[in-house]
Design a protein around this ligand. Structure first.
Ligand SMILES: [Zn+2]
Length: 164
């Protein structure tokens, strides 16, 4: 694995252990050139997923992009990082079993289902950005579905294409 700090081609594995309930292997590595330490994760990938956006564009599924969206939704919610990683893995697995292509809507629905069970505030945050509320009724419907959580401010100019 190439060093992310100095781009040296080789690093040594210092420690390797199961992570995310055995769904991943976490490796601590050290660069042989500059000595910097970093972590890599090895995860199962059932197939190469292609994401079909609302505008028809296609791009490879990017777990990191999904992880960033989830991290924003879960910010300051005191949810263990490991639980979020496990949720991301389970969403990815669900999507992979559907076929080679998934739409941003399918990803969005899967994320909302997962977050609803994990944390209501994170769910509301994600849904408020993802659903791009043009109808006042949409938000009431979602807020009603999760109880009396405080309403987030409506984000400006958000779109599911940018989020996922
Ligand atoms: Zn290095």
């Amino acid at each position: 694995m190439r060093c992310p700090f100095c781009a040296h081609e080789d690093s040594q594995v210092k420690d390797s252990r199961p992570s995310e309930d055995g769904a991943a292997i976490r490796r601590r590595r050290q660069c042989e050139a500059c000595g910097a330490r970093f972590t890599t994760f090895e995860r199962v990938q059932l197939r190469d997923l292609t994401v079909v956006k609302k505008n028809g564009e296609r791009e490879p599924f990017d777990r990191e992009k999904l992880a960033r969206s989830m991290a924003i939704a879960c910010r300051k919610r005191d949810i263990p990082a490991d639980r979020i990683d496990r949720l991301i893995s389970s969403i990815q697995r669900q999507l992979e079993t559907r076929g080679d292509e998934v739409t941003t809507s399918q990803i969005g629905e899967a994320v909302m289902d997962g977050l609803k069970a994990l944390d209501h505030v994170a769910y509301i945050r994600f849904a408020s950005v993802y659903k791009d509320f043009s109808e006042p009724g949409d938000f009431a419907e979602i807020a009603g579905a999760v109880g009396d959580e405080p309403a987030p401010e409506k984000p400006k100019g958000s779109s599911s294409d940018r989020l996922l």
